[in-house]
Design a protein around this ligand. Sequence first.
Ligand SMILES: Cc1cc2nc3c(=O)[nH]c(=O)nc-3n(C[C@H](O)[C@H](O)[C@H](O)COP(=O)(O)OP(=O)(O)OC[C@H]3O[C@@H](n4cnc5c(N)ncnc54)[C@H](O)[C@@H]3O)c2cc1C
Length: 415
Amino acid sequence: MRIGIIGTGVAGSVLAEMLAGTPGVTLRAFDRLAAGEEAESGTGLNVGPNAMKALRLHLPARHAAVRAASLPWARWSIEMADGERLFDLDLRDLAEEPGIRLRWSALYAALRAPIARLTRHSTTLEALEEDAQGRLVPVLRGPGRHGMGLFRPGGFDLLVAGDGRYSRLRELALGASPSRLHGVAMSRLLLPQIPDTAPIDDYGQWFHGNARLLAYRLPGGAAYIAGSVPLDTPEAEISAEMRSAAYQHALYTPNGAISPAMAWLRDAVVANAHRQHWARLQESPLERVALGGRVLLLGDAAHAMVPTLGQGATQAIEDGVLAGAVLRRGGDAHAVARLRDARVDWVRQFSLDASDTLLPRAHPGAAPARAGTLAKAGPDFLARLRRLYTDVPGPEAVTAPPHAQTAFPAAKRTG
Ligand SMILES: Cc1cc2nc3c(=O)[nH]c(=O)nc-3n(C[C@H](O)[C@H](O)[C@H](O)COP(=O)(O)OP(=O)(O)OC[C@H]3O[C@@H](n4cnc5c(N)ncnc54)[C@H](O)[C@@H]3O)c2cc1C
């Protein structure tokens, strides 16, 4: 059985480690980045306790490595701009362990380390062909003896799309899929060094109307600040005015009192307005299996989701771990879909529901920041969070399909 992984980001790296050394499996991985190159290194991530549980149960060495590269995400607080605290959660009251907060580059480095030997770097998927046996052949562009060129690494029984939100493999297998926009602009900023006296620490959020700042400290004295700004319509673009320091100063300044944390964050955002990165809140429809089961989609390639609950990379880790557990036991892409899709749909809906306080007022699901936040402290939301953070099966719960052997039968067709 030849398995090819396109993209060793979060999901692809975790899957590769899960499958490495599986009897009967020949594994190859490809990524367009050069070895050691980390995309998006200027961003912070908070990864949920559910991803940590998946790693702890299935890949304990990786659990230890990402813990070592991160700070614990143990608390989640929400305040209004004047400092009124509406929500203050100790994640350990609901989860089996804290989540983590770390630099995106640190997560990639920790996940990619064990699969470096398996990965062919600087290779970009461009096209897809079939061999005479009906197996998929990726056509990749990468370095060869005569400079950059196209090469075909042979046929694969299963090709895995781990190539992220703008997945080329998804596009080749299923055609272009439209993103769903919700009318929210998101800014992000990494500050490499903040003073010890800065009034932020673990994961906090501060609202002025439906505009919100989110911030937390990162390892090494750095901090991450993300802004959220309602747009006029779902499809509206992010204007140059909105990105300006003056606009953001007004956006995050209440009429009355302002808390020390909100004032510090606003001033940091205003001073660094030219360094912010901007994107719009969006998601894409869930697609798990394509081309008759010969393509399996994982992570953002399968289900790019809104970032509100910090579940993008978190679900990509769950995907990689659990797809690996299924494939290792002889399951196929459809078996991965059976294990994962109901959970992923539920997480996506929960993330969207939790975005109510960020949406423009005219949006049907929008809630005022204060009322929407108070509802999050109620039993229904907390019960959903508990399920989010704990509902992760261990190895014993991932059963082999009927008639399957403990691993892939020796491949009849080798490439
Ligand atoms: C601003 C921002 C903030 C976020 N914050 C959080 C957060 O706090 N918590 C959280 O859990 N999630 C967060 N996310 C989401 C998270 O980053 C993604 O959900 C996660 O990275 C998805 O993992 P993945 O493995 O599917 O894809 P990626 O991590 O994007 O990896 C894709 C890989 O495929 C490679 N690749 C792409 N195209 C090709 C090609 N054609 N050929 C070969 N290789 C290719 C890339 O180089 C990359 O290595 C955030 C996202 C953004 C944009």
